[in-house]
Design a protein around this ligand. Structure first.
Ligand SMILES: *[C@@H]1O[C@H](CO)[C@@H](O)[C@H](O)[C@H]1NC(C)=O
Ligand SMILES: *[C@@H]1O[C@H](CO)[C@@H](O)[C@H](O)[C@H]1NC(C)=O
Ligand SMILES: *[C@@H]1O[C@H](CO)[C@@H](O)[C@H](O)[C@H]1NC(C)=O
Ligand SMILES: *[C@@H]1O[C@H](CO)[C@@H](O)[C@H](O)[C@H]1NC(C)=O
Ligand SMILES: *[C@@H]1O[C@H](CO)[C@@H](O)[C@H](O)[C@H]1NC(C)=O
Ligand SMILES: *[C@@H]1O[C@H](CO)[C@@H](O)[C@H](O)[C@H]1NC(C)=O
Ligand SMILES: *[C@@H]1O[C@H](CO)[C@@H](O)[C@H](O)[C@H]1NC(C)=O
Ligand SMILES: *[C@@H]1O[C@H](CO)[C@@H](O)[C@H](O)[C@H]1NC(C)=O
Ligand SMILES: *[C@@H]1O[C@H](CO)[C@@H](O)[C@H](O)[C@H]1NC(C)=O
Ligand SMILES: *[C@@H]1O[C@H](CO)[C@@H](O)[C@H](O)[C@H]1NC(C)=O
Length: 879
């Protein structure tokens, strides 16, 4: 299985310019939505400035589909909360929310067309061989893109906008130029506010763009839709993160540049459709432009982890399936044994480059399936390893442990061989080591088998700096065609099925900046998303413009669900809809189907909101169609582990598979449905959730309604529901050491009567201390309050920045909120006796209903201020 937190490695490998975690609020930066569509951002700024609230414009976000902008608060930060409160109370302000950070969803490894052309029969006359799929276009065979390409669909005349890290448009496979008449014809650099979205440092956006539209090249692959016109909106700089307001600006610009499709492989954690970027995406989709957003790569984090942007009806969330092949671009070297000589490829670890030379290979084990190679100290009779290359199989313990053991035996050079497809990027600090890297599984196994026959092996290494590259494209026997274990799970907090579909994203060969090698193989939902965008372009080319909602329903109904795969092995049951959505897309069937549904999934919601759901079937063909309706259950999955803890468990834990064969019973208003040409028929479906499950553990059941038509169309609609009342799920767990109050000094829990000494507004003092709330949300909440209560029970105010809205569940270490006496209205609580009350609104709870909150309260404690009278100072800070 993947390491527990794959994102951690990615974060360590690529230091971020922004300090926070994906999804965190950015201090002093807010998105303001105006209720008055005619209000200009500059008059908003001058009005506020006149009223003593100095702010500056970050992004003017006003256009047809949104009215407002993002602003930075200037000046004194102490009264930020009070300023925000004041702004939110202004009559022309509809909403003010903090800007959030977002990051790429990457996991490192190695003019609308004439609708008449869509008429049946004309396909065949448009056969073009200019852009026939190349020999390394296996993903196109997985998705039916190969057949569409043979029919001549190439995305001609369609504008696909990519929101990403910039693009190396000088790359010959990306057209070689930028501007009118070029493949990359429009866009903007939102980092530096220039017209030019060029990047030769990050690479992510160049890879993503090639998956959509790469031209024929030496690696024999092409993008899905090589005749589209690309736009690029650069929102991150070399390896930096982005912010939600910048993404909104990019989507606004792409929409105004008349993009037909907008794709974005960036996200943070939310799981609520009310975040402003998500709201904008919904508006753009409603206005007719399909938007697709990567589902994210924290698959191992478990369920209910929907990513910002993909967590709403407009942003089609895309999960990732592994390529059937594992392409590899490696550093070329050769080896020799008495059995002959051959080339091999290796990838480097960090900057641990080998010195040119010939090294004898020293495998630590002669068993090529050893589980914990190098995890123990090497035997005393180990020869001097300093002139050799030590070969170690991956697995059983960390790379660092293995390296340390080899170093103790004198090793200076190490090659690991993989125990999973491809090679991976990894690096850590080992000053003793000169050269370190990885070879694919097959290479390691071959060497170990030779060594087991007492054959000496010598490697002729060339430094990466001088090495040419060598390309392999091997079958992915382990995981090809299955959903990647990294692909992030839904559903949203309100049980919307996310992702919508999956497309190829694991082991994808694409373009990369020329300065960084020109081509690269990458894995992630970041790759699956632009792949899907290319397919949407082909669909619009073939069918003509259809509503964004119909794009979703066509791809979902014609997708193929697959069985569950844990990264190593497959299981004999369909994977949950919460992981794979409708399944792997089939672009050919989506283009050619004569049946249009009005839903991409059926939500049975939770037990409290369980009700029959209707969907409609539109027969757009010229023959009468008779459909037989049935259904097939997917694995029922427990969100929570069986040890009583309340944070969704990671998928490496295994015990989520207990009840996979307990399915819902579905009944239909009819089992056989006759739809005449041009007619639309409504079908009603009711569900009885699977029985005998432990409702405390939040069981999620799902499956597929199947429709088998006499017209040759056969398709499925995913359904999903929770076998519990979401209003009952725990958000603030206090039983497992989280969500408690402690002292900033001692870190011990707060004791009744404890005294805290605050510095106060302008004050500074030694020996100050504060009460701290340590937060770890088990599940998301739409409203988190932290209030200060006086000893007589009255709420005197909120902590600054509270309430916080639309919070994601905890994936990480706890977050601390400390109180220094300041309140959200900018005042300070007078010295006295208080407690702190934390409330989290239950999922589906009514904010106005006290019993719909979970509450945690601190013991009563005392506060005082060091130095002078507090009240006098606090008045200076009123706004
Ligand atoms: C691309 O195709 C050509 C011609 O078939 C072949 O010589 C070459 O090796 C291929 N390159 C790759 C990287 O597959
Ligand atoms: C696709 O683009 C190529 C290269 O610009 C061009 O030769 C070809 O005619 C285009 N195909 C269609 C169907 O527009
Ligand atoms: C290493 O070998 C390569 C390929 O033979 C050669 O081009 C390069 O100059 C050599 N480098 C050193 C430092 O010897
Ligand atoms: C040695 O080479 C022969 C012929 O090339 C091959 O069949 C055999 O499998 C090789 N032996 C090993 C142990 O790789
Ligand atoms: C479930 O019901 C709630 C309350 O009516 C609603 O807000 C939510 O959107 C529903 N979820 C789905 C997936 O239909
Ligand atoms: C059925 O589909 C056709 C073709 O897309 C469309 O014109 C028609 O409005 C649809 N009917 C309904 C009831 O949605
Ligand atoms: C349901 O699961 C919870 C949490 O693991 C456990 O405490 C409880 O005993 C279980 N209930 C039953 C009936 O098994
Ligand atoms: C659909 O119908 C075809 C032909 O009648 C049959 O072979 C197939 O098994 C059916 N599929 C399902 C899922 O019922
Ligand atoms: C919530 O849980 C309690 C205790 O298990 C149960 O009595 C109640 O019916 C549940 N509420 C709903 C809406 O299911
Ligand atoms: C409760 O205490 C607050 C200040 O701590 C005070 O303003 C308020 O008047 C008190 N209310 C009552 C009913 O005593």
């Amino acid at each position: 299985m993947a390491p527990l937190w794959p994102w951690l490695g990615a974060l360590l490998a690529a230091p971020l310019a922004l300090a926070g975690k994906s999804g965190d609020a950015v201090p002093k930066s807010y998105i303001v939505e105006f209720s008055n569509p005619h209000l200009a951002t500059d008059s908003f700024i001058s009005t506020l400035t006149r009223n003593g609230i100095p702010i500056s414009l970050n992004h003017d976000l006003s256009f047809d589909l949104f009215h407002g902008g993002s602003f930075n608060l200037l000046g004194n930060t102490d009264n930020e909360a009070a300023v925000v409160k004041k702004i939110s109370g202004l009559p022309y302000v509809k909403n003010i929310v903090p800007v959030r950070e977002v990051h790429h969803s990457k996991r490192s490894t190695s003019n609308v067309r004439d609708a008449s052309l869509a008429a049946p029969g004309q396909h065949l006359t448009r056969r073009g061989d200019h852009y026939a799929p190349g020999s390394n276009d296996v993903p196109h065979r997985m998705t039916g893109v190969d057949k569409l390409r043979e029919q001549g669909y190439l995305g001609s005349g369609l504008r696909v906008a990519v929101v990403d890290s910039g693009i190396d448009y000088k790359h010959p496979a990306l057209g070689g130029c930028y501007g009118e008449g070029c493949l990359v014809a429009f866009g903007h650099n939102l980092v530096d506010d220039t017209e030019d979205p060029y990047d030769d440092c990050d690479g992510h956006g160049t890879h993503v763009s090639g998956l959509i539209a790469a031209q024929p090249n030496a690696y024999n692959f092409t993008g899905v839709a090589p005749n589209v016109t690309l736009g690029h909106y650069k929102v991150t700089n070399c390896h930096s993160g982005a912010t939600t307001d910048r993404l909104m600006q990019a989507f606004k610009m792409a929409y105004e540049a008349k993009a037909d499709v907008i794709t974005c492989s960036i996200g943070g954690y939310s799981g609520w459709s009310e975040e402003p970027w998500g709201v904008l995406i919904q508006n753009i989709a409603k206005a007719g432009v399909p938007c697709m957003i990567a589902a994210g790569n924290d698959g191992d984090a478990g369920m209910f982890f929907a990513s910002d942007g993909a967590d709403n009806k407009g942003g089609t969330g895309i999960g990732a399936v592994n390529n059937l092949m594992v392409p590899m671009i490696l550093n070329k070297a050769s080896y020799v044994s008495k059995n002959g000589s051959a080339n091999f490829g290796w990838s480097i670890s960090g900057d641990k480059d080998f010195v040119n030379g010939t090294y004898q290979l020293y495998p630590l084990s002669l068993d090529s399936s050893v589980e914990n190679d190098g995890c123990e100290a090497l035997p005393a009779d180990t020869p001097d390893l300093s002139k050799k290359i030590v070969l170690i199989r991956r697995g059983g313990c960390g790379f660092q442990d293995k390296a340390d053991n080899a170093i103790k035996a004198g090793a200076k050079n190490i090659l690991f061989y993989n125990n999973r497809p491809g090679t991976d990027d990894f690096s850590f600090t080992v000053p003793e080591i000169v050269g370190m890297g990885m070879v694919p599984t097959n290479t390691g196994v071959e060497w170990v088998n030779l060594a087991a026959k007492n054959t000496s092996i010598y490697l002729h290494m060339t430094s990466k700096k001088y090495a040419s590259s060598i390309f392999f494209n091997e079958k992915n026997n382990q995981a090809g065609g299955f959903v990647g274990d990294f692909s992030q799970w839904g559903p949203t907090n309100e049980l919307m099925a996310i992702p919508v579909v999956t497309s190829p994203g694991g082991f994808m060969l694409s373009t990369y900046p020329l300065a960084l090698g020109g081509y690269k193989v990458e894995t992630g939902t970041s790759m699956a998303t632009p792949y899907f965008a290319g397919c949407v372009a082909l669909l619009i080319e073939a069918r003509g413009k259809v509503p964004a909602k119909t794009v979703q329903t066509l791809f979902a109904a014609n997708a193929d669900p697959n069985v569950f795969h844990d990264g190593v092995s497959a299981y004999p049951w369909l994977s949950s809809v919460a992981q794979q959505g409708a399944g792997l897309i089939n672009a050919f069937d989506a283009v050619n189907t004569k049946t249009i549904l009005n839903v991409s999934s059926i939500g049975f919601n939770d037990t409290e909101h369980l009700a029959p759901v209707s969907f409609s079937i539109n027969n757009t063909g010229s023959d009468i169609a008779v459909y037989n309706i049935s259904h097939v259950g997917s694995a029922t999955v427990y969100t929570l582990p069986d040890d009583g803890t309340t944070i969704p468990h990671p998928f490496s834990s295994g015990d989520f598979m207990e009840n996979v064969n307990k399915h819902a019973s579905l009944s239909f208003s009819a089992r056989r449905i006759v739809v005449r040409p041009g007619q639309t028929v409504v079908v009603k479906v009711s569900a009885i959730p699977p029985q005998g499950l432990n409702t405390t553990r939040i069981p999620i059941y799902s499956g597929y309604v199947t429709l088998n038509g006499t017209n040759g169309d056969s398709f499925s609609i995913p359904y999903l529901g929770a076998g519990t009342a979401m209003r009952n799920v725990t958000i603030l767990d206090t039983k497992h050491g989280e969500n408690y109050f402690k002292s900033s000094e001692s870190k011990d829990p707060i004791k009744a009567g404890q005294m805290f000494t605050f510095a106060g507004a302008n004050g500074s003092a030694n020996d100050i201390s504060s009460p701290v709330f340590e937060r770890q949300l088990s599940m998301g909440t739409a409203r988190l309050e932290i209030d200060v209560k006086s000893s007589n029970g009255t709420i005197v105010g909120s902590l600054p920045n509270f309430p916080m809205l639309y919070m994601s569940r905890a994936p990480y270490s706890p977050t601390e909120h400390s109180w220094d006496g300041g309140l959200a209205d900018g005042t300070y609580a007078p010295a006295g006796t208080y407690s702190i009350r934390v409330r989290a609104l239950k999922i589906f709870g009514n904010p106005a209903n006290d019993s719909d909150y979970e509450v945690v309260e601190s013991p009563k404690f005392n506060i005082r201020y060091a130095g002078n009278n507090m009240k006098a100072r606090s008045l200076d800070h009123q706004v």
